[in-house]
Design a protein around this ligand. Structure first.
Ligand code: PGA
Length: 236
């Protein structure tokens, strides 16, 4: 594992965006795994800047987002497809047919999970997966539990996650209780993983994840076993 400890959020985003840019430059038809939440916003800003300066071309890449809330459509401002449109997809020349987010409004969620997993496999797997970490150690929406879930699946969100994510909703009661998420196996099969985290509130869980026992109670702890993990951690 390679850990970059930087002093501020801007530096974390710059380094992470550089690593993603390098991946796209080296392989313009690569497959990226993307994350949502507040942590990656500055990374997407820098990637959009690089596109505007003609330094990056997104037309050949394929992307898979980690997760989506059940019940929120592509047009829902609280949904993750909408987030990706706002933060990145609307700003670059990505081919929408190759930019995938689980469908949270699928009639048959179990079937949607299988479809999503199969799409990732058919794309040849993920070359570089961007990850944040939840306050409870989740990656994607893989919540602390008694076992690591392998494939894309539907989860009941933890109370802690619902409280943490309530800041994105007008009313905390509007936070969906269920979500579709890539599994731990899906994430671990990515050839490279880039984990980003910032701020005092993430410090303790990041320490536990990187140096504590490997346990499904801290889902991110499995990343210790990944052969190509880069962590960019910032104090602020
Ligand atoms: P955050 O979420 O970036 O909004 O802190 C991270 C996560 O829950 O994975």
């Amino acid at each position: 594992m390679t850990i970059h400890h930087v002093s501020n959020y801007a530096e974390m985003c710059r380094k992470a965006a550089n690593m993603i840019s390098a991946q796209i430059l080296l392989n313009p038809t690569c497959t990226l795994g993307l994350a949502t939440g507040s942590t990656p916003i500055g990374i997407y800003e820098r990637l959009a800047d690089a596109y505007n300066k003609s330094d990056l071309d997104f037309s050949g890449i394929t992307t898979f987002n980690l997760d989506e809330y059940c019940g929120l459509s592509e047009n829902d401002p609280q949904g993750y497809y909408y987030y990706m449109n706002e933060q990145l997809f609307n700003k670059v020349n990505i081919d929408r047919a190759k930019a995938h987010v689980p469908n949270g409004t699928a009639g048959d969620i179990a079937l949607e999970c299988r479809r999503y997993e199969a799409l990732i496999t058919a794309a040849g797997g993920i070359d570089l997966q961007l990850l944040g970490i939840g306050n409870n150690g989740h990656i994607g929406f893989n919540e602390p539990s008694s076992a690591f879930e392998k494939d894309t699946h539907c989860v009941e969100l933890d109370e802690e996650t619902i409280i943490a994510n309530a800041r994105f909703f007008d009313n905390p009661d509007d936070v969906p209780r269920r979500a579709i998420t890539m599994g731990i196996g899906t994430i671990m099969q990515a050839k490279k993983i880039l984990l980003v985290a910032n701020g005092e509130k993430k410090k303790e869980i990041l320490q536990k994840a990187l140096y504590g026992p490997i346990t499904p109670m801290v889902p991110a702890s499995i990343l210790q076993l990944h052969p190509d993990l880069t962590v960019i951690w910032s104090d602020t």
